[in-house]
Ligand binder design. Structure first.
Ligand code: NCD
Length: 309
């Protein structure tokens, strides 16, 4: 038994190195099924609910694809519009209903802590698909898979996280994981969007080498992985503050002239203007592969949580 059976996935911090290792290795075995080259009925008869109170393309659809590839079914909603949330139903009540309709619940919600709250009301496993500016653990698992697959490991790899490090939940979760796995980190952001202090403190306590910078040029030469993020417009209390930092960074082929030849560029997507389209054709671009990796990684996770193996 792996210890995943029936388990909530709320924060990446709850997963040990061994847990992460198991997900990555299981995901690798899932790739032929994710590609449709092999057929599996491992989750036949299982139902997954996907409750998305915030927009999503990749996360929701890759969970759906993962479940379908394993022979399971999905029900849910992609926005709270058209549900009883409009009538004032609380998250707790919605969760109590949905728990009875399915075997596990995937939840994305604008409020930090929403998935943890949902887990308190549900006996069935709850998977956090993003809670406000909090965490996004399944994105981190697919990010880790991508780094592991492309770079062969984590220890000593230079990973530069760039963009909105304040509100970006993907970089919060990823930093916690990479701090455990021994990567060398660089945090590149506008001064107003720096990585939250408690996360920086955590990295310090782990004794890892890291740096903070405001300019991409300061880190581009040594990076093995450039993890680019969107400025999270929807989290800004004041739209004028967003305007000040919108477009702070743009990766184009000019900037990449300084980069290592085997640098990989990742992005959780959607991109707005952070990566120029001409970068897509370079060998550095890993973001579409990364988005595909969401399928085998979520298959692995669902099979570990819901499957009989
Ligand atoms: C991210 C998210 O929702 O946090 N998207 C995703 O899940 N791939 C990143 C973002 O919205 O910028």
């Amino acid at each position: 038994m792996s210890g995943f059976r029936g388990r909530d996935i709320l924060s990446i911090r709850e997963l040990s190195r061994a847990d992460i290792d198991l997900v990555l290795k299981t995901a690798r075995k899932m790739v032929p099924i994710a590609l449709g080259k092999k057929v599996s009925r491992a989750l036949e008869g299982k139902i997954l609910s996907t409750l998305f109170y915030e927009p999503s393309t990749r996360t929701r659809l890759s969970f759906e694809s993962a479940m379908a590839r394993l022979g399971g079914r999905v029900l849910g909603f992609s926005s709270a519009e058209g549900t009883s949330v409009q009538k004032g139903e609380t998250l707790a009540d919605t969760i109590r209903m949905v728990e009875a309709y399915s075997d596990a619940i995937v939840l994305r919600h604008p409020q930090e802590g929403a998935a943890r709250l949902a887990a308190e009301f549900s006996e069935k496993p709850v998977i956090n698909a993003g809670d406000g500016a909090g965490q996004h653990p399944t994105q981190t698992l697919l990010d880790l898979y991508t780094i592991w697959d492309e770079k062969g490991g984590f220890d000593g790899r230079h990973v530069a996280l760039i963009g909105d490090l304040k509100y970006g939940r993907t970089v919060h979760s990823l930093t916690y994981a990479l701090a455990e796995l021994g990567a060398t980190l660089a945090f590149v952001s506008p001064p107003t969007l720096e990585m939250p202090r408690e996360i920086v403190e955590h990295v310090k306590e782990r004794g890892l080498s890291f740096r903070m910078a405001h300019r991409l040029e300061e880190v581009i030469r040594e990076a093995d992985v450039l993890y680019v993020t969107r400025i999270q417009k929807e989290r800004f209390p004041d739209p004028q503050e967003y305007e000040k930092v919108a477009g702070s960074y743009r990766i184009d082929t000019d900037v990449l002239r300084e980069a290592k030849r085997d640098l990989i560029i990742m992005h959780p997507l959607p991109r707005v203007m952070e990566i120029a389209a001409d970068v897509d054709r370079t060998k550095h671009a890993s973001y579409f592969k990364q988005a595909f990796n969401g399928v085998p990684v979520r298959m692995a996770l669902l099979d570990l949580i819901l499957g009989g193996s």
